[in-house]
Design a protein around this ligand. Structure first.
Ligand SMILES: [Zn+2]
Ligand SMILES: [Zn+2]
Length: 167
């Protein structure tokens, strides 16, 4: 068995999933699937959102691929299923935990990636309706948001210096 090949399939699946998620978010969730995604843009009370149904849409094919792959010894299916699952976990960690803080981990992180992705998604949520929007991706952050956070950090660092020398 060629492990490299299966790892490569898993990684490729993971990367393609980001593109797929972008399209899903842009054209389905902000299209005919808006009725499930709407409550994610109008944060109401309660822990669960209708939007969480999209997790099932990802979970079912991952589970089927892994189960059938194991049953029929089709390792490429397991590899794709593993890619889906890893993407789901990463999505959960980034979108639900880091961005929306449904679980309170990394709340005070000053990491540039964490700040850039929060900013990018904040810009996505700025639009309360389905038509307009920006920043539909999830793990990959557009350069302009990285730049903004880097600029902010630089400006803050400078201000710190100024206030230190003033004392
Ligand atoms: Zn959205
Ligand atoms: Zn969100």
């Amino acid at each position: 068995m060629n492990w490299f090949l299966y790892i490569a399939i898993t990684l490729t699946t993971f990367i393609l999933m980001e593109g797929f998620t972008w399209c899903l978010h842009r054209y389905v969730m902000h299209g005919f699937g808006w009725y499930l995604h709407k409550d994610h843009h109008e944060k109401g009370p309660g822990f669960f959102e209708k939007n969480d149904a999209y997790f099932l849409i990802f979970a079912i094919p991952s589970w089927l691929l892994i189960m059938l792959g194991v049953m029929y010894k089709q390792y490429w299916m397991i590899s794709i299923g593993a890619g889906f699952t890893l993407y789901g976990l990463a999505y959960f960690l980034v979108h639900e935990v880091i961005i929306h803080q449904r679980i309170k981990w990394f709340t005070r992180s000053n990491n540039t990636y964490v700040r850039a992705i929060r900013w990018a998604h904040k810009m996505h949520h700025k639009h309360l309706d389905k038509e307009e929007g920006e920043s539909f991706g999830m793990l990959w952050v557009h350069k302009r948001y990285w730049d903004k956070v880097r600029e902010d950090k630089k400006r803050n660092a400078k201000q710190m210096q100024v206030s230190e020398t003033a004392h």
